[in-house]
Design a protein around this ligand. Structure first.
Ligand code: ADP
Length: 420
């Protein structure tokens, strides 16, 4: 799973910080209001008790003024008075008490004086309801603060990270070969500008590296061409020699074939070294291109007894880089011939999709994803370097084409190239 984005994390951090601060504030407010209320109620109860005792002792026969709706007075002189006292207050010892909870909460004071027991009870239920309302209000404020803080944090973080995401978008489409404006620009934040400069420098180094690699490949291919031409010419001269034993003639043919193959590979390397940008396009007769590509393979096809079918319509013409197409078809056909021992090889064109199919040994499913890797070779080891398909894949991405392979072991393979 992807880690959350910087923007989300900043928003979460702001929200959590605001939540912690407001929660601490709300808790302090709530507990101190609760303490204050309890102290206030206890004070009312003690004052009422002092009043009741004083008044009763001064005028024992006069009934004390009617207590309020939340207040009850009881003076217990004997068993008869005790009967008027509610059950829950009867057995309370002398002192201040808090009984019941929620809406039934009562603060009670019990005192004894002049052989009598005085009880003052105060219903704190209303206060309790107010307290609950206050608590709900605090919770509402807390969730509102959290949502607002998260939205605000997300927005602010968006402002900060926008330049980074812009830079990431530009870096993601960078192509070291094509000219472009530097990533570092006026008006960038200091950190973003430093990052952009670092990318610019890095890209320059990559460009130099590519140039060096191209130069090396180009030079090496050039150097190799001359000795290979010498080998091929020598082979031709030797083959023309009369009275050569058959065994020697076969060896010379093998050397000539290998030199031919290597010349082909070197042509490809040279092409890749030269053509970083797509080359010039021209109208290409597709069937003719296939015929040209299969020409050097016809001897092998005949030797193996394979059938070859060029099913590309004779009038099919496409606008593309002919040399690139030639290398792609040559490689696919060479593989088809190398890895097919019986049956047929067919080339088709459906719309812009060129398909080369064979009835050869096929490719195991586990190997299929790796066949386009450089130097990957299957078990059959049919004499290649594991470079052909890597070159095909590289040319396709260079030309904006797409290549894929489909294969069933022992049944055959089909390579498709979408030429658009
Ligand atoms: P190589 O020079 O070994 O042929 P490639 O890059 O052309 O290298 O191919 C890589 C591997 O893919 C081959 O070694 C072979 O195992 C497999 N492969 C390619 N084309 C075919 C095909 N038409 N049929 C079966 N296997 C194939």
């Amino acid at each position: 799973m992807n880690a959350p984005s910087l923007r989300t994390r900043v928003a979460a951090a702001v929200a959590v910080t605001c939540f912690a601060v407001v929660a601490a504030l709300a808790l302090t407010l709530y507990t101190s209001s609760e303490d204050l209320e309890a102290t206030l109620v206890d004070q009312i109860v003690s004052e009422e008790m002092a009043f009741l005792v004083r008044h009763h002792l001064e005028n024992p026969d006069v009934v004390v003024r009617e207590p309020g709706p939340n207040l009850q007075y009881y003076v217990v002189r004997g068993a008869a008075d005790l009967a008027n006292v509610p059950e829950k207050l009867r057995s309370l010892p002398v002192g201040q008490h808090e009984i019941g909870s929620g809406i039934d909460e009562q603060h009670v004071a019990v005192r004894e004086a002049a052989g009598r027991r005085f009880i003052v009870a105060y219903d704190a239920g209303l206060h309790e309801i107010r307290e609950q309302q206050f608590k709900r209000l605090l919770l509402l404020a807390l969730s509102t603060v959290m949502i607002v803080a998260a939205a605000l944090g997300y927005w602010v973080a968006g402002l900060i990270t926008r330049q980074i995401t812009d830079l990431a978008a530009r870096v993601s489409v960078l192509d070291p070969g094509t000219p472009r404006a530097p990533l570092a620009q006026e008006g960038q934040e200091t950190e973003v500008s430093a990052l952009a400069r670092a990318f610019d420098q890095y890209e320059n180094r990559i460009r130099e590296l590519i140039a060096r690699e191209q130069e090396f490949t180009g030079n090496a291919s050039h150097e190799l061409r001359t000795p290979l031409t010498a080998i091929r010419t020598s082979c031709e001269l030797l083959e023309a020699e009369p009275g050569l034993p058959d065994k020697a003639r076969a060896r010379i043919a093998a050397i000539a074939a290998a030199a031919e193959r290597m010349t082909g590979q070197i042509e490809m390397l040279l092409f890749l070294a030269r053509a970083q940008a797509p080359g010039s396009k021209e109208a290409v007769a597709m069937a003719g291109c296939v015929d040209d590509a299969v020409q050097p393979l016809l001897a092998d096809i005949a030797r193996k007894g394979l059938a070859f079918e060029n099913a590309v319509p004779a009038d099919a013409v496409m606008e593309l880089d002919r040399q690139a197409l030639d290398i792609v078809i040559t490689n696919l056909l060479r593989n088809a011939v190398a890895y097919t021992h019986q049956g047929r090889i067919r080339v088709m064109l459906e719309g812009a999709c060129l398909a080369v199919s064979d009835t050869g040994i096929g490719i195991p499913p586990a190997e299929l994803p790796r066949i386009f890797d450089r130097f990957h070779r299957g078990d059959s080891q049919a004499g290649g370097f594991g470079l052909g398909l890597a070159i095909v894949s590289r040319i396709c991405s260079q030309q904006g084409w797409r290549v894929d392979a489909e294969s069933t072991p022992s049944r055959g393979s089909t390579f498709r190239v979408w030429l658009q």
